[in-house]
Design a protein around this ligand. Structure first.
Ligand code: SAM
Length: 224
C-alpha cells in the first residue's frame, strides 16, 4: 500500500479534501454522475431486480456510493481504513433523511479483511486498487474481495491495456512519471478462476479518458 496515499486519507485534512473532491469542479461532478450511472446499470443487471441481502462497500470513503447501494441491498456494511472518512460517512448518512444509514461501520484494511469467507452477497470496492503500490498486494486484495463474497464482487482497477496507460507507458521515458499501479484483465480472470469465480462484466469507465475499469465477478454455481 502506498503510505503517502494512506496517510493522506487517514488525516482529517485528507478526509475532508476527498469529501469535497466530487463537488469542487464541474468536470468532477460530470465524472461522478457518469460513474454512478455506469455502476447503477451494472448493479441493476447483476441483481436482476432482486435486492441483495447483505452488501459490503469497502472502501466506502465518505459514503459516495451508499445511496446507490442502498437501493439494491437490504443491509449494507460500510468499511474503510480511514477513521476520519468512516466518521464522515456515518455522520452524513445519519443526518440524511432520504437515505437509510448503513447497518454497520467497520474500520478494516482491504488487504486482510476481518470477515469470514462468503460473508456477503455483494462486495463493492471502488477506486482502491490503483492506490496499492505493490503488485503482489494488488493480487492479495483481489483474492480478499473474492474470499468474502458468496455471490458477486464488483470492483475497479486501473487497466494495464487501457489507452491511457499505454500512452503513459510510451511517454514515461521522457516524462519520468512513475508507472501506474495496474492490473491486467488476464490476471483478474486468472484469480477469478482459481477462486471459483467468473468475470461476467468488464466495462471501462471511459475508453479515451480513463484507465479505470469496472468488473463484476460471480461465484460459479458448482462451487456452492
Ligand atoms: C479514492 S477513495 C474511494 C472511496 C469510495 N470507494 C469512492 O469511490 O468514493 C479511496 C479510499 O480507500 C481507502 N483506503 C486506502 N487504503 C485502504 C486499505 N488498505 N483498506 C481499506 N481502505 C483503504 C481510503 O481511506 C479512501 O477512503
Amino acid at each position: 500500500m502506498d503510505k503517502d496515499v494512506l496517510d493522506h486519507y487517514n488525516s482529517p485534512e485528507g478526509a475532508q479534501s476527498y469529501t469535497r473532491k466530487f463537488e469542487k469542479h464541474l468536470s468532477e461532478r460530470i465524472n461522478n454522475r457518469h460513474e454512478q450511472r455506469l455502476l447503477q446499470r451494472l448493479v441493476e443487471r447483476i441483481s436482476e431486480e432482486t435486492p441483495f441481502d447483505l452488501a459490503l462497500d469497502l472502501p466506502c470513503g465518505y459514503g459516495r456510493l451508499m445511496p446507490l447501494l442502498r437501493r439494491h441491498a437490504r443491509r449494507v456494511v460500510e468499511g474503510d481504513w480511514s477513521f476520519h472518512l468512516l466518521r464522515i460517512a456515518r455522520e452524513n448518512q445519519r443526518a440524511d433523511p432520504s437515505v437509510e444509514a448503513a447497518d454497520g461501520y467497520v474500520r478494516a484494511t482491504a488487504l486482510a479483511m476481518p470477515f469470514r469467507e462468503r460473508a456477503f452477497d455483494l462486495v463493492l470496492s471502488v477506486r482502491l486498487c490503483h492506490h496499492i503500490r505493490e503488485h503482489a498486494e494488488r493480487l492479495i486484495y483481489v483474492r480478499e474481495l473474492l474470499r468474502i463474497s458468496n455471490q458477486w464482487v464488483v470492483f475497479t482497477y486501473f487497466d494495464y491495456h487501457s489507452l491511457k496507460n499505454l500512452l503513459r507507458e510510451a511517454r514515461r521515458k521522457f516524462s519520468g512519471k512513475r508507472p501506474k499501479w495496474t492490473l491486467r484483465a488476464s490476471e483478474v480472470a486468472g484469480i477469478a478462476d482459481e477462486m471459483g469465480f467468473e468475470v461476467v462484466h468488464s466495462i471501462p469507465l471511459s475508453r479515451l479518458f480513463s484507465g479505470h475499469r469496472y468488473v463484476a465477478l460471480r461465484r460459479k454455481q458448482s462451487q456452492g
